[in-house]
Design a protein around this ligand. Sequence first.
Ligand code: DAT
Ligand code: MG
Length: 149
Amino acid sequence: MEKTFVMIKPDAVQRNLVGEIISRIERKGLKLVAGKLMSVPKSLAEEHYVEHTDKPFYNDLVSFITSAPVFAMVLEGEDAVKVARHIIGETNPSEATPGTIRGDLGLTVGRNIIHGSDSVESAEKEINLWFNEDEISDYESPQDAWLYE
Ligand code: DAT
Ligand code: MG
């Protein structure tokens, strides 16, 4: 089963949206297999956003993500990477479709609520970057039989 990395950003944690967001993920059927509230060391933030090093918003992005705790998660399910990106919505909340997390809960690109891995390869990289193997659970859920054929 595919895994993806999702992180609720400082703005959403401060706005008490953690429960709302996890609830949407649970209702969709993605399985929470790891999760932790944590302050992000600068080195981790820089590594996580390494592909954006040359962008004009890079410094602000690193400052933002290290400014207050985040809630980091690993989710599992069929096509988990694509499904998580769909329910998260477009990068800029002002353009994100209503019904998505960013479309319903955010307003601006610099405070866009949540991160989700953009490919299976980056998911693997990000899961290894943010979690130790022993923090990820492997378990059966009774609803699996009603989510999958
Ligand atoms: P996503 O988070 O949808 O994968 P991304 O990887 O292109 O988007 O960018 C990473 C984050 O950087 C994004 O969540 C918010 C910020 N960002 C992206 N484009 C931006 C811009 N034009 N101005 C300010 N921040 C931006
Ligand atoms: Mg991205």
